[in-house]
Design a binder for this molecule. Structure first.
Ligand code: NBG
Length: 755
């Protein structure tokens, strides 16, 4: 094995290099080290197609996985340079949005680590999702130019090009490649497609751009604004571009490996990550047809090759495109989709399962379910809800296709990299084996009765809180107290995730603080920390952000309350912020309306890092509760069965709760109080107030009282530090099940059969 020395990659002494020069040297070094490890090869390969890959910064991750981290850090230190300085210098790739994209990234890490030949396939967005900033207490969006000029990139241009024919133009793609390093193992690759004609100058102000010029805007943004038709059609262009490239790449590679295409399923497994890549099904059928395979056989080959993962039960999130859009973007797919529709219509009468409905809309998930061989949900409860209610008519037809694959996270990034203190403490006790065999964390369990170890755990958390506080101060100038309780809710902003419930709690807490006598004041200050981006066209989500920031200012201005309560919103929450935040959290808020969160994956990250969950019995929280037992998690709220029944009855009336519960009413009305209006914008605050009072579609009010009671208990229990750290220890010990290595091993065994 080569001895890699950073000095040999720089053309002057390391001490004299600029950050850019050092970073570029590190890129070359890791590229060579990855090449020396080699790439996972095999007859059959996984193509994981996804609109998002939220991969996070790669420098430290790659150095850790390649086993070079300590050595490179030492070499830099000797030259008076700090690896942390370069970690800071690196831009975070902006290729994803939330859990769906981060899951794809964790999955690639596990595939590489487990030695599975796998390629991620997606798009090389120039400006990613968007960069979030706050101005006048509101979210503003700007392009996230993550590809820094002059900086070499993890993304290598390859000589691979494909022609993609749209209805009105045809484009030539270029494939870029990012190495996915496995932990002490071989690599896989992430293949990202782009067109050379994309022109960032079509961006006008902020993230608005000329939507008409597809050749110039195709890969500018992830999830371009879909509040108008041009934006929605652009999403279809992106999706077709993604899958056409994926299909061409895959067929080429399989032929190279010896496939005669009739046996494609023995050479490729395609995982369709949510519905965005659905058109890969008709596109593959079309391409197989061009290569001489008849329709019926092509359908059966494609079915044997493709598998679909569902990530949501929110009906509005299941994509459904007017056939007219597809006619415009990819007219060559229309006859195929019509044939698929006719095939289904010939067999089943139920309108619910048809591919094209009577309004000529194409239901993407329905294509996936009929024409793939596996349909999986992402947590046990989620899969059950799909089978019993959301997709019940399909489950009746194809019970054998449905299966559950509870999500997971890679422990290499979510402990080894982001929480070096805990990594050291844990590895010092049980060795390093847990990094590839996560269930070994259970060996920590006996330490629950070791006060000295629990005290060490407490010290690690305290140090992490301090590090986070320093990062936050540098990031946005916000000062937080590391001696306060860090009560954290970080995830995409969505009403079903119910950041508004936490907001109402914070208001109530503030109102109570104003009433309490001095001797009743709480012992520990609570810092409620939010991290969330709202989709640019999602008005109420942005109103919630506005209200959170305004409340933070109101409290800050109150000399008494501010000693006991602080509300903070992290600007531009992303993987980097998460890596600083999660190791510092005491409480993990997982408070979605039961039945609505498919899985959640931050719940797993917080648990692994010793935070205690306060959550509803939803998504993977249910499995966390099973594993840790009721003493080590706080659950509250209505059950998913109750919620589903309530939606069915259609009789939910938020006003009836508001009228019965004075504290709730006072909290809701505070949204439009003079204090809030002095900080914020009446339009936004009134709209949120009215939305909650008249609609509250995600049923915040019925869970409010129970949430407040439970949270009071959490904060009371926090005071017994040893008992609290015992809970933390149990959470860490039981987190092994949520390693994405376990999830990927299950996909391999049940769905992909790559080996
Ligand atoms: C999200 C769910 C989460 C889940 C991730 C990963 C979408 C459409 N779905 O609950 O909301 O953890 O997918 O499976 O982003």
């Amino acid at each position: 094995m080569t001895e890699f020395s950073l000095a040999s990659y720089a053309n002057k002494p390391l001490a004299e290099c600029t950050e850019l020069e050092l970073f570029n040297a590190l890129l070359s070094l890791t590229k060579d080290a990855a090449a020396e490890k080699g790439y996972n090869q095999g007859k059959k390969r996984l193509y994981y197609i996804s609109a998002e890959f939220l991969i996070g910064k790669l420098l430290s991750n790659n150095l850790i996985n390649l086993g070079l981290y300590d050595q490179v850090r030492a070499e830099l230190a000797e030259a008076g340079r700090d690896l942390a300085e370069l970690e800071e210098f690196e831009n975070e790739p902006s290729l994803g949005n939330g859990g769906l994209g981060r899951l794809a990234a964790c999955f690639l890490d596990s595939c590489a680590t487990l030695g599975l030949p796998a390629s991620g396939v997606g798009l090389a967005y120039h400006c990613g999702l968007f960069r979030q900033s706050f101005d006048k207490n509101k979210q503003y969006e700007s392009p996230d130019y993550w590809l820094r000029w002059g900086q070499e990139s993890w993304m290598r241009r390859t000589p691979k090009h494909y022609t993609v024919n749209f209805g009105d133009l045809s484009v030539t793609s270029t494939m870029y490649q990012i190495d996915v390093t496995g932990y002490h193992s071989q690599c896989d690759t992430l293949n990202l497609f782009d067109v050379d004609t994309v022109d960032e100058r079509v961006i006008k102000n902020r993230i608005n751009f000329d939507k008409s010029q597809v050749a110039k805007n195709l890969t500018l943004f992830l999830y371009p604004d879909d509040s108008d038709e041009a934006g929605r059609i652009l999403r279809v262009y992106q999706e077709y571009f993604m899958v056409s490239n994926a299909a061409q790449l895959m067929l080429d590679e399989c032929v190279e490996r010896g496939s005669n295409l009739h046996d494609l399923a023995q050479y490729a497994a395609v995982q369709i990550n949510d519905t965005h890549p659905t058109m890969v099904i008709p596109e593959l059928i079309r391409l197989l047809g061009e290569r001489g395979i008849g329709f019926d056989e092509a359908v059966s080959i494609v079915r044997d090759t493709c598998a679909y993962t569902n990530h949501t039960i929110l009906a509005e999130a299941l994509e459904c495109w007017p056939l007219g859009f597809i006619e415009r973007v990819a007219p060559q797919l229309v006859p195929i989709i019509e044939q698929l529709d006719a095939f289904v219509r010939g067999q089943y009468e139920d309108d619910f399962v048809q591919v094209i409905d009577k309004w000529q809309n194409v239901h993407m998930a329905n294509i996936d379910i009929h024409f793939s061989h596996s349909v999986n949900g992402v947590a046990a409860l989620h899969t059950k809800i799909l089978e019993d209610s959301e997709l019940a008519p399909f489950y009746k037809i194809y019970p054998e296709k449905f299966n559950n694959k509870t999500n997971g996270i890679t422990f290499r990034r979510w402990m080894v990299e982001c929480n070096p203190g805990l990594n050291k403490l844990v590895s010092g006790k049980i060795g390093e084996g847990w990094k590839t065999d996560a269930e070994q964390l259970e060996q920590l369990l006996p330490l629950a009765d070791d006060p000295a170890f629990l005290a060490q755990l407490d010290q690690v958390k305290r140090a992490n809180k301090q590090t986070f506080a320093a990062w936050l101060a540098a990031h946005q100038g916000t000062v937080v107290d590391p001696d306060s309780v860090f009560d954290v809710q970080s995830k995409r902003l969505h009403e079903y995730k119910r950041q508004q419930l936490n907001l109402l709690w914070a208001i109530r807490k503030y109102q109570r603080l104003q009433m309490l006598e001095a001797d009743e004041l709480p012992k520990h200050k609570v810092t409620v920390i939010f991290g969330a981006k709202a989709a640019p066209a999602y008005t109420i989500a942005k109103d919630i952000i506005h209200a959170i920031i305004c409340l933070g200012k109101v409290i800050e201005a109150d000399p008494v309350a501010s000693k006991y309560l602080q509300v903070v919103m992290i600007e531009n929450y992303n993987v980097t912020a998460a890596q600083h935040l999660i190791p510092a959290a005491d409480i993990s808020e997982q408070i979605s309306l039961a039945s609505k969160e498919a899985s959640g994956t931050s719940n797993m990250k917080f648990m692994l890092n010793g935070a205690i969950t306060l959550g509803t019995m939803d998504g993977a929280n249910v499995e966390i509760a099973d594993l840790v037992g009721e003493d080590n998690i706080y659950t509250f709220g209505e059950s998913s069965d109750e919620v589903i029944a309530r939606y069915k009855r259609g009789d939910y009336n938020p006003r009836s709760y508001y009228e019965k519960d004075e504290e709730l009413a006072a909290a809701v009305d505070f949204l439009t109080s003079d204090a809030m209006l002095a900080q914020g914008d009446a339009t936004n605050l009134n709209r949120l107030h009215d939305e909650l009072l008249n609609k509250d579609w995600f049923m915040t009010f019925p869970d409010f009282a129970d949430y407040c009671t439970t949270k009071a208990q959490v904060l009371k229990d926090y005071e017994d530090r040893e008992a609290w750290q015992r809970k933390a220890l149990v959470n860490i010990s039981k987190a092994g099940y949520f390693s994405s290595d376990r999830t990927i091993a299950q996909y391999e065994k049940d769905i992909w059969h790559l080996r």
